[in-house]
Write a protein that binds this ligand. Structure first.
Ligand code: NOJ
Ligand code: CA
Length: 678
């Protein structure tokens, strides 16, 4: 017997259906390929399973809860009622990777009731799309259950086939800022979501969650028998405390034959509520520069003193640079009072309303306005989150008065070290970045900011679960190892990192990665493992409606050809398509400019040089385009001087033509397609 056959048989035996189960309800995707079935076994335990094109994909996976203030909620269930409905509508994003999103699913609601004396009730709602499923629990109003304290959610994901997994660890001190592991599914430890899987037969899956509101973030732990089991982020007095009626976030499995199909899916957004903020036309997708990379290189400091970055003169220099080169935003970190002490250990000294004496906030805001540039605010909380909440209304009001309509927030502290103080002067409780309390905090910030027409870009955030649909002023966030690790990271980001992000972290939503470091050099001369062309490709490959040109103005002056692309590239799109790619290996993504005729391609590569033939089928029919190609030069490579080998060239192309891109190891290519006036 072949080894792989033996493994498959073992997996099948471990994941065999739970004995004596009765299928009590089922629902299929609109195209019929995906089918979800719900079972109750002899003990009245509830499980779901998923098949695709008639083959098992997710084997029987249990559902239920351990409660802290009541009996566990998992056995003795009976089906009480069920109903089904279909939905098909298209909605419009105010900004995004695509303008129109089709939301098309079949829904099953199955209501369960305990057969014992309390007759507690629990609904499970499944939405089955052509490209995956979402399900959530709903606790209806009921006589014997009011406050629900959840000790653990017992949701399982029993993938029915051997698979490779791309994942980052949960519960580690550096939150989400880790390089991705690539392991057999059976070797996943405790993972954050989204986690990406590719089964032996080439099916791609991403397990994540949507609409994380007033609940704890979900991590996944490997159960003894190869199943992944939910493990909620801690909180006090329980992981989650809610009153009935309430619904949990959606648990999601996006499914595609192609790696790129995961990236093209809108399943997470579709499972979020529509826009609650109304018109957010005041937020302008745009690029920005600022006092940032110099801080991470240690050339300038956040603290006041001789190397203070946020001085009036230095900021004027950046405003001039932005105005000359067409960047809308100028981010300035270290502008406010509080950075001079040990801010990492003590965020309670920050004042979000007071600039430092050497920073003329009012004058700079006026100067920026005179040049059609907007300052971008910075609120590093140092994790003194209650302290920040007490000041944020005033802080956003101040920014609104000054025309500052975007703020980068920050939550730098180790995991589990968020400081919560419910009463001023009272005890300080420690919370997790992804716990229930922080899920509430981020929405409090978004609502306070929206009142003042301010958009939020959170660093060290809670994970993205698609809430930008409901709160479209939540424009971007970090939530992964960003470019900053190329300044001081040990190790810096590997050539595989960004090509893995495309198929993992980016499935959750936009990331403020801060690309465009054309000097390809971090602190103390540390080489960045990237070619020059790849830094340009990142603008298209890693979606965000705000993108930083992160390098120093003097470095852009040394690379005018490359800088030209950074000035030209768009940030808001009508359409996005993954032309080619494999998880952790490479990605070539095409996007059409929102409301314009131009297209862009960004292609990024792991450490193995490769040629990628691309069909230009996406271009509009009947038009010819000038393709401005920025690519790796001959002999380019992610190490040494070869990383600067770079070519800019132009060609005329049309729909149906082929473009062969050679990508160096750690390289990339960026292309702008400009329709020709004919
Ligand atoms: C971490 C953020 O990711 C980084 O961009 C920022 O400069 C520092 N915190 C300081 O707020
Ligand atoms: Ca960070």
């Amino acid at each position: 017997m072949r080894f792989s056959t033996a493994i498959a048989m073992l997996a099948a035996a471990l994941l065999a259906p739970i004995a004596h189960a009765d299928t009590v309800a089922s629902v299929a995707s609109p195209d019929g390929a995906l089918k979800v079935e719900l079972d109750l076994n002899g003990e009245g335990r509830l499980a779901y399973r998923v098949s695709r094109k008639g083959q098992p994909l997710v084997a029987d996976s249990r559902l239920g809860f351990i409660l802290r203030n009541d009996r566990q909620f998992l056995r003795g269930l009976k089906l009480h009622a069920q109903s089904a409905r279909s939905f098909d509508a298209t909605w419009e994003q105010p900004w995004g990777e695509r303008r129109f999103v089709r939301d098309h699913y079949n829904e099953l609601r199955a209501s369960f009731i305990e057969g014992d004396r309390d007759h507690r009730r629990l609904d499970v709602v499944f939405r089955v799309f052509d490209d995956g499923i979402g399900f959530r629990y709903e606790f209806p109003k009921q006589p014997k259950l009011d406050e629900v304290q959840i000790a653990e959610e017992l949701t399982e994901f029993a993938i029915a086939r051997p698979a490779t997994a791309w994942w980052i660890p949960a519960w580690e001190w550096n939150r989400e800022e880790y390089l991705y592991n690539r392991t057999p599914l059976a070797e996943v430890g405790t993972a954050q979501t989204p986690i990406t899987l590719r089964t032996a037969d080439g099916t791609h899956l991403s397990i994540h969650e949507a609409a994380l509101v007033d609940y704890a973030g979900m991590n996944l732990m490997k159960g003894g028998d190869g199943r992944l089991r939910a493990s909620l982020t801690p909180g006090s007095p329980a992981k989650v405390v809610r009153h009935v009626p309430f619904a949990t976030p959606w648990r999601t499995i996006t499914i595609s034959d192609r790696a790129g199909g995961l990236v093209e899916s809108s399943l997470i957004l579709n499972l979020n509520e529509p826009n609650k903020l109304g018109d957010v036309g005041w937020f302008k997708p745009s690029k920005y520069v600022g006092v940032w990379w110099s801080l991470h290189l240690d050339k300038e400091t956040w603290a006041t003193g001789p190397r203070h970055g946020a001085t009036t003169a230095n900021t004027r220099r950046y405003i001039d640079f932005a105005a000359e080169n067409g960047f809308r935003g100028v981010l300035v970190e270290g502008w406010n009072v509080g950075w001079d002490g040990d801010w990492f250990a003590n965020g309670w000294d920050f004042d979000f309303r007071k600039p430092t004496p050497d920073y003329d906030l009012q004058g700079l805001a006026a100067y920026a306005k005179s040049k059609d540039v907007h300052l971008i605010g910075h609120h590093e909380t140092g994790c003194a989150v209650s302290h920040y909440e007490r000041q944020m209304d005033d802080a956003f009001a101040l920014f609104e008065r000054l025309g500052i309509d975007a703020v980068k927030t920050g939550y730098v502290c180790d995991a589990g070290q968020i400081e919560r103080q419910d009463v001023a002067g009272g005890p300080v409780l420690r919370e997790w970045h992804e716990g229930q309390w922080m899920s509430g905090h981020h929405l409090r910030v978004l609502e306070a900011a929206a009142k003042r027409h301010v958009a939020i870009n959170a660093h060290e955030p809670i994970k993205d679960t698609g809430l930008r649909r409901t709160y479209p002023n939540w424009i971007s966030r970090e939530g992964a190892r960003g470019q900053e690790f190329n300044a001081w990271g040990d190790p810096p980001n590997s050539p595989e990192h960004e090509v893995t992000l495309v198929y993992t972290r980016m499935l959750a939503g936009p990331m403020d990665y801060t690309p465009g470091v054309v000097s390809l050099t971090g602190k103390n001369g540390q080489e960045i493992g990237s070619t020059l062309a790849r830094q340009l490709a990142l603008y298209v490959a890693l979606y965000s409606p705000i993108q930083m040109a992160a390098d120093l103005p003097e470095h852009y002056a040394e690379h005018p050809d490359a800088f030209r692309f950074i000035k030209d590239v768009a940030v808001d799109w009508d359409e996005s398509h993954v032309l080619a790619g494999e998880v952790g290996e490479y990605a070539a993504i095409a996007r059409k400019v929102r409301g314009g005729g131009e297209w862009f391609i960004g292609a990024i590569n792991d450490r193995n040089a490769r040629s990628v033939p691309l069909k230009l089928d996406f271009l509009d029919a009947g038009k010819r385009y000038r393709a401005e190609i920025y690519r790796d030069g001959e002999g380019a490579d992610w190490r040494g001087a070869a990383r600067f080998r770079f070519v800019r060239e132009e060609r005329t192309v049309a729909r149906g033509d082929a473009l062969h891109l050679w990508l160096a190891g750690g390289g990339g290519a960026a292309v702008r397609f400009v329709p020709l006036e004919e």
